[in-house]
Design a protein around this ligand. Structure first.
Ligand code: NAD
Length: 317
C-alpha cells in the first residue's frame, strides 16, 4: 500500500522544508501537511493541507483515519525563547501533542513516529565540549525540561508498547526558505537577512557564545535517513545526538565579512544569553554515525555561501 504521512506543525521552520522533501520523495498527494495556521504559498499549493491542532486527540484521530496515515512527523512545539515567556502553554503543547501521537501508535492506528528533541535537554552541569550521548542531563529551561521528559516518554512507549518512535536532538537550525520560530539560535538566521539588507546586526548573544548548529539540508537529510533505517539499527529510542558545526557570533560575523566586508556586528545580550549559557558548545554524535550512517555535509563556510546566495536571489525575485 502507498505510504501516507502526516506532518503536524508543517508550516514552521523545519516542517515547511520537511514537507517539501517528503513530497519530493513519496509524491505530493501522499504527504498531508497540517498546522493550526496556513503556511506560505508554495507549501499550501504543493499538496493536501489540514488545519489541525496537534493537542486535539479526536481531531487528530479523524485525520489519521481519513487519510489512512501510517507515519506521523510531530513538528508542532513551542521553542526555547517563547517557552520561557509562556511556560504552561509550552508544557501543554509540547507534552500533550507528543502523548497524542504516542497513544495513536500504542493503539496501532499509526506505525511510526518522528519526534524532534533538542540540545536543550542538556543543562549547565553537562560537559559542554563534545557533549556525549549519555551524560548528566539537568535542563534549566522550560523547553529543555519538556524535551527531556518527551525523550523519556518516547523510550518508555518503545520499551513497554513496542512503539516505533525515532528522534534526533537537533542543534540550532539555519535555513533560508522559512524564518525561525522563537528559539535561542535564531540570531544565526536573522544575521544573514540583515547582512544583505541593512549591513548591520545587533546580536542578542555575546560574541563568544559558542553553540552547536546545523544547516537545514543536513537536518532534513538526517531525519529522512533515520526514518528510513531498519528498526534494528535504531539502538536509541530516547533521542540521538546529532552534530555538524559549532561557532560563536563573532565567527559567523567574520564568515559574512569575508563576502560582505562592510557588514557590522554589535552585541546586546538579552534573556536568551542565560538559555544559551546552559547549552553545550559542541556535540559528540558518534552513535548516530555508527548506528545509521550519519555524516554532515555543511560547515560554516558552506552554510554562509548558500545562505547569502539564496537570500540574495529570493530578494531579487
Ligand atoms: P516553528 O516554531 O518554526 O514551527 C512550529 C509550528 O508548529 C508552527 O508552524 C506553529 O504554527 C505550529 N503549531 C503550534 N501549535 C500547534 C498546535 N497546537 N497544533 C499544530 N501546530 C501547531 O518550530 P521549528 O523550528 O520548525 O521546530 C520544529 C520542531 O523541531 C520542534 O519540536 C522544535 O522543538 C524542534 N527543534 C527545532 C530547532 C530549530 O533550531 N528550529 C532546534 C531543535 C529542535
Amino acid at each position: 500500500m502507498q505510504k501516507s504521512i502526516l506532518i503536524l506543525g508543517a508550516c514552521g521552520q523545519i516542517g515547511t522544508e520537511l514537507t517539501y522533501a517528503l513530497r519530493e520523495k513519496y509524491g505530493h498527494e501522499a504527504i498531508i501537511a497540517s498546522d493550526i495556521r496556513e503556511g506560505n504559498e508554495s507549501l499550501m499549493d504543493s499538496g493536501p493541507f489540514e488545519l489541525l491542532d496537534a493537542t486535539d486527540y479526536n481531531a487528530l484521530e479523524e485525520v489519521v483515519a481519513h487519510y489512512e496515515i501510517s507515519e506521523v512527523y510531530l513538528m508542532a512545539a513551542m521553542l526555547s525563547a517563547s517557552a520561557e515567556k509562556f511556560p504552561m502553554r509550552a508544557w501543554n503543547l509540547n507534552m500533550n501533542s507528543l502523548f497524542n501521537v504516542l497513544n495513536l501508535a500504542k493503539e496501532k492506528k499509526i506505525d511510526k513516529i518522528f519526534w524532534p528533541s533538542s540540545i536543550a535537554v542538556f543543562g549547565p552541569n553537562t560537559p559542554a565540549e563534545n557533549t556525549p550521548q549519555n551524560t548528566i542531563m539537568e535542563p534549566s529551561t522550560v523547553y529543555g525540561i519538556s524535551k527531556q521528559s518527551g525523550e523519556r516518554w518516547c523510550n518508555y512507549y518503545h520499551t513497554k508498547f513496542g512503539v516505533d518512535v525515532r528522534s534526533i536532538r537537533y542543534p540550532g537550525l539555519i535555513s533560508w526558505k522559512t524564518k525561525p520560530g522563537g528559539g535561542t539560535t535564531d540570531y544565526a538566521v536573522e544575521i544573514y537577512h540583515k547582512a544583505l539588507t541593512t549591513k548591520k546586526f545587533t546580536c542578542f548573544l555575546k560574541k563568544d557564545t559558542k553553540l552547536p548548529m546545523m544547516f537545514m539540508d543536513d537536518a532534513i537529510r538526517a531525519t529522512l535517513l533515520l526514518m528510513d533505517s531498519d528498526p534494528e539499527k535504531i539502538k536509541i529510542r530516547s533521542s540521538y545526538n546529532l552534530a555538524a558545526m559549532s561557532f560563536n557570533p563573532e565567527e559567523i560575523a567574520k564568515s559574512i565579512q569575508a563576502r560582505i566586508p562592510d557588514f557590522k556586528m554589535t552585541y546586546a545580550p538579552d534573556f536568551r544569553q542565560e538559555i544559551a549559557d546552559s547549552w553545550p558548545n559542541s556535540i559528540d554524535d558518534a552513535q548516530a554515525q555508527s548506528d545509521w550512517g550519519w555524516q554532515s555535509e555543511f560547515d560554516l563556510e558552506k552554510t554562509t555561501g548558500v545562505m547569502l546566495a539564496n537570500l540574495d536571489q529570493s530578494a531579487a525575485i
